[in-house]
Design a protein around this ligand. Structure first.
Ligand code: FES
Length: 118
């Protein structure tokens, strides 16, 4: 079984200003309604990725056997295969996870244009 970790930023910009809790709730709903086949998804919060003006930010990464989970919890963007998505809307998040699973890091790098008024 493949394992993925999805970290959603809940820092002051992503969380309060750009409502990342809606992204989290949408992904949780999708995973409950349509679980992924042979993929275990760990959904968690992150306090900040340092890309605050580009939020809501969501990081997707593989969870690898034997990895140093403490170090990665401090610097998840440095994890092998990690992709940080910017400007994620609730309706984007399921597609992002599917896209990541299907295509992997090389083609998954993307930054949406952001509406700063959202
Ligand atoms: S508040 Fe989300 S990246 Fe900083």
């Amino acid at each position: 079984m493949r394992r993925l970790q999805v970290l959603i930023c809940r820092g002051p910009e992503c969380g309060q200003k750009r409502r990342s809790a809606e992204v989290h709730a949408q992904l949780l709903r999708c995973l409950r309604e349509r679980p992924l086949e042979n993929v275990e998804v760990e959904l968690a919060w992150q306090s900040c990725f340092g890309h605050c003006t580009q939020g809501p930010n969501v990081l997707v990464r593989p969870v690898l056997p034997g990895e140093n989970s403490f170090r990665l919890s401090m610097m998840p963007a440095l994890a092998p295969g990690a992709v940080l998505y910017h400007g994620v809307r609730p309706l984007d998040v399921e597609r992002i996870v599917q896209d990541y699973l299907q295509r992997g890091r090389s083609s998954a790098e993307r930054t949406r244009n952001k509406d700063p008024e959202r």
